[in-house]
Ligand binder design. Structure first.
Ligand code: IYR
Length: 237
């Protein structure tokens, strides 16, 4: 059964009417749509995750543009529950690397179950994290688990993990599009990042994204992406 649409006041009694404005949308000719869809896919399919970064510098302006692109993501109740902390200070990067490697050493040598080790073997990752000091920028993404008002009171946020993950996807695409590379690094556990970077108690680090140029001779594992038929179904199959 489909129900009749309720009036705003019926569903939100006492709340102010939301303000709407016309959607700005540029319709494209079908040929142009096909061309752009193919070009975008071609560009994204050329993206690879490398762990080998050049120390060559990258302007702050480019990092800011990647963060602005990430910040266009949709989010639960439009709370925009993401914070991007971009670290370029070599001493701070060194401290992050040291703490990450300390945790990662224990993860790789003691905490990791055999099944996890088996899953990582084809990637050959280990607990030495050169990218954290080689890359000119290390962007740490925080998730605002809940909101915090200046008076210390809190409010709920919604779908924060999904929202931040979508923003990070856009960040990765933006970095690739501007001709740089990034890596999704997940030091485990990563509570040390909030402490090192002075973040408030309502934020939790979710991901570390070194950004820069690939090192000369950078390598990537030989991987295959799933075919369309493996990731796509139309209707009930
Ligand atoms: N957090 C570790 C281990 C690691 C886990 C997965 I799942 C990866 O795809 C890659 C690495 C690290 O960042 O090295």
């Amino acid at each position: 059964m489909t129900r009749p649409k309720p009036s705003f006041q019926e569903l939100y009694p006492g709340y102010p009417e939301p303000v709407f404005e016309p959607l700005v949308f540029h319709r494209l000719p079908p040929q142009e749509m096909q061309k752009r869809a193919e070009a975008f896919y071609r560009e994204l399919s050329a993206r690879r995750t490398t762990r080998h970064f050049s120390t060559e510098s990258v302007s702050r302006q480019l990092i800011e543009l990647a963060v602005l692109s990430a910040g266009t993501a949709p989010s639960g109740a439009h709370r925009q529950p993401w914070r991007f902390v971009a670290v370029q200070d070599p001493e701070l990067k060194r401290r992050i690397r040291e703490a990450a490697e300390e945790e990662e050493f224990r993860t790789y040598t003691a905490r990791m179950p055999e099944e996890w080790r088996a899953a990582l073997a084809p990637l050959g990752t280990d607990y030495v994290k050169e990218h954290l000091t080689d890359a000119p920028w290390v962007v740490v993404v925080f998730r605002e688990k809940f909101g915090l008002r200046p008076d210390g009171s809190t409010y709920k946020n919604y779908y924060t993990t999904e929202s931040v993950a979508i923003a990070v996807g856009l960040f990765i695409a933006a970095v690739h599009h501007m001709g740089l590379t990034t890596l999704t690094h997940t030091p485990n556990p990563m509570a040390f990042l909030g402490e090192l970077l002075g973040r408030p108690r309502n934020e939790e680090a979710m991901l570390v994204l070194p950004v820069g140029y690939p090192a000369p001779g950078a390598q990537v594992p030989r991987l295959q992406r799933k075919a369309l038929r493996e990731i796509f179904q139309v209707d009930a199959g």
